[in-house]
Design a protein around this ligand. Structure first.
Ligand code: NAD
Ligand code: TYD
Length: 352
């Protein structure tokens, strides 16, 4: 069945992989990518697909109701894959209102327009909300997040994502808007903006700059290769049940410090530097305020109900990622100039 799909935030990290997967795997689907190109949106992420006949880019804000109404009328969307968000925890600590604006109000606006345009006939419609495991809060040494874990967000970012998840479910229960939600663990891979831990460290190792590790580096994250995230979204779009939530993760927990040491060792080998060279760049800095200790996803439901498992082992995924950054120095150079550099200086130039 052909589909007319609105992907929001398609110029960002995960969104660009989503646009590429749906645009190339399903040539009979038409994809409209709506993105207002914040610092994190980069159309170069999509240069290989920008001329595809089934792809259209629209620069615009998900908070713009008039624009959304006209796009729904023009393209007759039957599917929304909602990926646009402010996504960086550290930025949310500095400027929470931007997160409330896009993540909460923007999502509410999109839900309201989808409801208005679809409510006469909800058949074959889908509002898919892409969310994060951070809504569940912070784990101790044991346990994992399941779909039943109560929400306990602790950063302005995770609180704004939790609010948007609640709104999506409220539209399902109140208006029967056909929705699905997925909550995924930390992603890594090509096109990841180098303010997040893995690409930041890869970039800093290349340039022999300090690797800022918050606190003691004991915090644990559960890392999933980005293409496995979008393959899970693909499966949920096509096989998942309306109204359901699915956790996505790869059972791949790493303490930050151990993860960075692995990256240092691989980069020393690839850059022909003596083993141990890059580890000397590790610099422990002031901890993040309210830093969640541990995230870990239990993705049993997705495996048992829909048969999804990740395709890549971490060792393979991280090699692939490092190779991509080493081969794409131009991309890194461009995104690390301009606004990003100003932000970077204001954040890291704070006397740590
Ligand atoms: P990103 O910051 O790389 O990209 C976000 C994109 O949204 C950018 O292209 C930006 O320009 C766009 N955008 C922001 N505000 C907008 C607005 N008001 N209107 C239109 N476009 C706007 O983010 P990401 O890491 O790709 O994350 C995408 C989604 O996946 C987010 O909803 C995030 O919460 C979720 N998620 C991310 C991760 C992760 O590890 N990165 C893990 C789980 C879930
Ligand atoms: P990040 O990539 O920002 O993702 P999130 O906060 O959404 O999990 O951070 C991953 C982990 O790395 C997190 O525990 C914070 C830590 N971190 C550092 O130690 N140093 C850094 O410079 C950054 C950006 C993150």
């Amino acid at each position: 069945m052909p589909k007319n799909i609105l992907i929001t935030g398609g110029a960002g990290f995960i969104g660009s992989h989503l646009v590429r997967r749906f645009g190339t795997k399903y040539p009979n689907y038409h994809i409209v990518n709506l993105d207002n190109l914040t610092y994190a949106g980069n159309l170069e992420n999509l240069s290989d697909i920008e001329k595809a006949p089934n792809y259209t880019f629209v620069k615009g804000d998900i908070c713009d109701r008039a624009l959304l109404l006209s796009l729904f009328d023009e393209h007759q969307f039957d599917t929304v894959l909602h990926c646009a968000a402010e996504s960086h925890v550290d930025r949310s600590i500095k400027d929470p209102m931007a997160f409330i604006h896009t993540n909460v109000l923007g999502t509410a606006n999109l839900l309201q327009v989808a409801k208005e345009r679809w409510e006469k006939d909800y058949s074959d419609k889908l509002f898919y909300h892409i969310s994060t495991d951070e809504v569940y809060g912070s784990l101790g040494d044991d346990g994992m997040f399941t779909e039943m874990t109560p929400y306990d967000p602790r950063s302005p970012y995770s609180a704004s994502k939790a609010s948007s998840d609640h709104l999506v479910r409220a539209f399902y229960h109140t208006y029967h808007l056909p929705i699905k939600i997925s909550n995924c663990s930390n992603n890594y891979g090509p096109f990841h903006f180098p303010e997040k831990l893995i690409p930041l460290c890869i970039n800093n190792i290349i340039h022999r700059k300090p690797l800022p590790i918050y606190g003691k580096g004991e915090n644990v994250r559960d890392w999933l290769f980005v293409e496995d995230h979008v393959s899970a979204i693909d499966v949920i779009v096509h096989k998942g049940k309306i109204g359901e939530t699915y956790n996505i993760g790869g059972h791949n927990e790493w303490k930050n410090i151990d993860l960075i040491r692995v990256i240092c060792r691989i980069m020393d080998r690839k850059l022909d530097r003596p083993q141990g060279d890059s580890e000397q760049l590790i610099t422990f800095v002031t901890d993040r305020a309210g830093h969640d200790l541990r995230y870990a996803i239990d993705a049993t439901k997705l495996k048992e109900d829909l048969g999804w498992v990740p395709s890549l082992q971490f060792e393979e995924g991280i090699e692939k990622t490092i190779d991509w950054y080493l081969a794409n120095g131009d991309w890194l150079q461009k995104v690390t100039s301009g606004a990003y550099t100003h932000y970077y200086d204001s954040y890291y130039g704070r006397g740590n």
